[in-house]
Write a protein that binds this ligand. Structure first.
Ligand SMILES: [Zn+2]
Length: 508
């Protein structure tokens, strides 16, 4: 049951101590017929994928990824030995199960900070600001050094400040542009400022705290996100304000890869893609983000291989370079021909399924949350498959915002129905959510998100158990039948009918 209807009791279904083998008679029939069509007998003792994929097995994969990070510089970030060895582990496991894994290579512009950014007030008062508290350097900020430059507020009081070049008509060259967050991408605001002769672009938040921003492509001038509090203060004293800014960053072309593997059987023109990102942040082992998703996708691949050919081909994807801008998945989609895109039935994403203070979030395919956007038709049907499963287990679930923060984005932009599961990251748990999931109200779903403490110790194994069972059920359902998602019926074998007439004419 989903939380968007708080009037209903979240526990309408009686929780069953056992997972039911088949969820509906219809699905059981479909699964059996699909297996029969593919030439494999449907064994009565064959476990559904939701039971074949176990927490113990996922924990073993996680422990292995943990050890790989531990012995390789403490992380699995893109273009590090930790990433490469983790990729070798995935490939070895897949090969042992009969897959032929392959790599999708790509070049990308890697943006790196060489030393911490300096932002300080020179006049009216000498004050140094703290990165992380007062400001954050935007990803792909240009490098630059500005000493005691004046500040001009662009379109004061307007959230589209900086979005239109006309707003800079009277902008004094050599000034720092102070803009408010809203309406258009940060990259547009900073580019307009640079074109007007600004020496740096500051964008302040529409809420008190600071935020992590990106300008997408390297900007010509330093680009910095400022807390709403500091931004308001700067705007109010802009007349007398002079700032010092130093951003020391470089952009270099690097090469990395994603790892993929396809089932040998199944319809090749109706492929179900199941993915999660293999890279971690540089700050730690990345066990929840996204060791948990990787371990789930890998274990699902290994167990599916034991169940004979699926009706639809299933492609497992372990994306590279997600943490620096969803690069691996974007490059993969960008490199596909229109025919190859057409052959992809749908995409399922698994990015964090073991959050310490977890929730059961089903990616919002019906776009019920105001912040969700861009889900192609069929995405709601994917969400329903997961929601129904949770409901049958007597477990509450709720929509997880489709904000473009993970690898489903490229697939949605290509018009491919998308969905997936997520146990929460930097959102704050409410009292109501504690009733549904347990845990602690007022704390982040994953207090260790993107920190060195994202370790084995801080995984919530109930979260892994519940989300992996639902995830495996979704993969099994869609490997058998994507009809409600993309209109493709599972059985397209020609039917032979021996009749003596063709219309009004006798054939024999
Ligand atoms: Zn992630």
């Amino acid at each position: 049951m989903r939380s968007s209807h708080p009037g209903k009791s979240p526990h309408g279904a009686t929780p069953s101590p056992y997972r039911r083998r088949a969820t509906t008679a219809g699905l059981a029939a479909l699964l059996m017929t699909a297996a029969t069509l593919a030439g494999a007998p449907a064994h009565a003792d064959e476990l559904p994928l939701s039971e074949a994929v176990t927490v113990d097995a996922i924990e073993r994969h996680l422990a292995n990824l943990d050890m790989i990070a531990e012995y390789n510089g403490g992380n699995r970030a893109t273009n590090t030995p930790g990433y490469d060895v983790a990729a070798l582990y995935i490939e070895d496991q897949l090969k042992r199960a009969g897959y032929e894994p392959y790599r999708h290579e790509y070049d990308y512009e890697a943006w790196r900070m060489n030393s911490p950014t300096v932002l300080s007030q020179v006049t009216p008062e000498k004050t140094s600001y703290e990165e992380g508290e007062h400001f954050e350097t935007m990803s792909y900020s240009g490098a630059g050094s500005v000493r005691g430059a004046k500040v001009t507020v662009v379109s004061p009081g307007s959230t589209d400040s900086g979005c239109a070049p006309e707003q800079f008509e009277d902008f004094p060259e050599g000034h720092i542009a102070l803009m408010q967050r809203g309406t258009c991408p940060f990259g547009d605001k900073v580019r307009n400022a640079a074109d007007a002769g600004a020496v740096a672009g500051l964008v302040y938040n529409n809420e008190d705290e600071v935020f992590l921003g990106t300008v997408g492509e390297e900007s010509d001038i330093p680009a910095i996100g400022v807390s709403g509090e500091l931004g308001e203060e700067m705007a109010s004293i802009a007349r007398n304000l002079r700032l010092k800014i130093e951003v020391d960053s470089t952009v270099t072309t690097e090469t990395s890869y994603s790892v993929l593997a396809d089932t040998s059987g199944g319809k090749e023109d109706n492929v179900v893609v199941v993915g999660g990102h293999l890279d971690s942040v540089e700050d730690g082992h990345g066990i929840n983000d996204n060791g948990s998703g990787v371990a789930f996708v890998l274990e699902t691949a290994l167990r599916l291989a034991e169940q004979g050919d699926p009706n639809n081909q299933v492609r497992f994807a372990f994306w590279g370079t997600e943490e620096s801008g969803l690069i691996g998945s974007n490059e993969y989609v960008a490199d596909r021909t229109p025919e190859e895109i057409d052959d992809i039935a749908l995409y399922l994403n698994f990015d964090m399924i073991g959050s310490h203070n977890y929730g059961r979030f089903v990616l919002d395919g019906r776009m019920e949350l105001p912040e969700s956007g861009g889900a192609p038709a069929g995405s709601g049907a994917i969400a329903k498959i997961f929601e129904d499963y949770f409901e049958e287990q007597g477990q509450v679930s709720e929509p997880g915002v489709l904000s473009g923060r993970s690898d489903y984005l490229a697939f949605m932009q290509a018009g491919i129905p998308s969905g997936g599961l997520f146990s929460g990251a930097d959102g704050v748990k409410s009292e109501e959510q504690v009733e549904w999931y347990g845990g602690t109200a007022g704390e982040l779903f994953d207090p260790y998100y993107h920190t060195p403490d994202d370790t084995m110790d801080n995984i919530n194994w109930d979260s892994v158990a519940e989300l992996s069972a639902a995830g495996a059920h979704g993969v099994e359902f869609l490997a058998a039948n994507t009809l409600p998602v993309n209109g493709v019926v599972p059985f397209s074998a020609p039917v032979e009918v021996d009749l003596p007439r063709l219309g009004d004419a006798w054939v024999k």
